[in-house]
Design a protein around this ligand. Structure first.
Ligand code: SF4
Length: 326
């Protein structure tokens, strides 16, 4: 009998809505159902990829996992304990254990601040070390991300995008987190340095024993770095599988379309979703039945009315499609 690896993060039936400001014909406030009953786990030491088109709810889900936004239903567990509802020192310790690397390094760093100050602020906020100890820690981390002491006195405008993303990674790792969420960490960078940043993240993941949720709209990025992949469409996870299975035997038509659109080139190069028909429907008023049915090349009448259940397509491979095996 094989035992299930321990989960560092478990997401159970998570729901997150946003008010739109508009009202329906009956006067009810309209809501965007950004994340709809999503469940998944991130196992200790793995890199889980979360992939889908822009606006499918990936970044909202990341914020919910980190406890940065109030959720409507469901729960998030970190190391077996619920993320929401933590207070005081417990909340601060949790914040330290879970860090986020943003998409845009220019937006993540204060343009007026020297990088040394930007790096020291979180350490001060968490009461880490003396001034000398913090400096030594920052220098060590700068070296680990391939930068030197000269960056302490620079401002963001004096650095390239790739150098700044290295600083952002260093800042996230200075607090010695156990869990890192990388939200499109390379999509704002030039194609020539995307692979360098991905390789750096994976080197640090191994060296520091991190668990990672890698969010991307690009299947080549997740193929390059992830152990398992979850595919998200319009607020729902439609397929989860170990990397090899997902790329060799994709079972959901949406995953198949994403794969068909993704060329086997350098990880991080721009992906187009050219083989998909039309745009994703509005999350304010998602379609009945399978949410993908208006764009699905395999849709039949049943798909417009009946919500597909999750099926096991293999070990650790689940797919939500009526016709996954055809
Ligand atoms: Fe396509 Fe139907 Fe499967 Fe949805 S349930 S993905 S519409 S075949």
């Amino acid at each position: 009998m094989t035992s299930t690896p321990p989960a560092l993060v478990s997401v159970e039936n998570l729901v997150k809505t946003y008010p739109t400001g508009a009202r329906s014909l009956t006067g009810r406030r309209q809501k965007v159902l950004s994340v709809d009953s999503v469940s998944f786990r991130v196992e200790v030491g793995e890199v889980l990829g979360l992939v889908g088109e822009s606006g499918c709810g990936k970044s909202t889900l990341a914020r919910a996992v980190l406890g940065l936004t109030r959720i409507d239903a469901g729960r998030v567990l970190f190391d077996g304990a619920e993320v929401s509802g933590r207070k005081g020192a417990d909340r601060k310790a949790l914040r330290r254990s879970m860090q986020l690397v943003f998409q845009d390094p220019y937006a993540a760093l204060d343009p007026r601040m020297r990088l040394g100050t930007s790096l020291e602020v979180p350490l001060i906020q968490h009461g880490v070390g003396t001034r000398e100890e913090r400096r030594a820690r920052i220098l060590d981390m700068l070296r680990q991300v391939g930068l030197d002491e000269s960056f302490l006195d620079r401002r963001p405008v004096e650095c390239s995008g790739g150098q700044l993303q290295r600083v952002v990674v260093a800042r996230a790792l200075l607090l010695e987190p156990r869990f890192l969420i990388c939200d499109e960490p390379t999509s704002a960078l030039d194609a020539s340095i995307r692979a360098q940043i991905l390789n750096l993240l994976m080197e640090l993941k191994e060296r520091l024993g991190l668990t990672v949720l890698m969010i991307s709209h690009d299947l080549r990025v997740v193929r390059h770095v992830c152990d398992r992949v979850a595919v998200m469409y319009l607020g729902q996870i439609v397929e989860v599988a170990p990397r090899e299975q997902l790329f060799e035997r994709p079972s959901h038509p949406y995953t198949q379309a994403l794969l068909a659109a993704s060329l086997p080139e350098e990880p991080g190069a721009e992906t187009t979703f050219g083989t998909l028909r039309g745009e994703p429907p509005s999350p304010v008023n998602p379609p009945d039945g399978c949410r993908f049915h208006q764009r699905c090349p395999k849709a039949r009448a049943r798909c417009a009315t009946e919500v597909p259940q999750s099926h096991q397509a293999g070990a650790g491979h689940s797919v939500s499609c009526h016709y996954w095996d055809q």
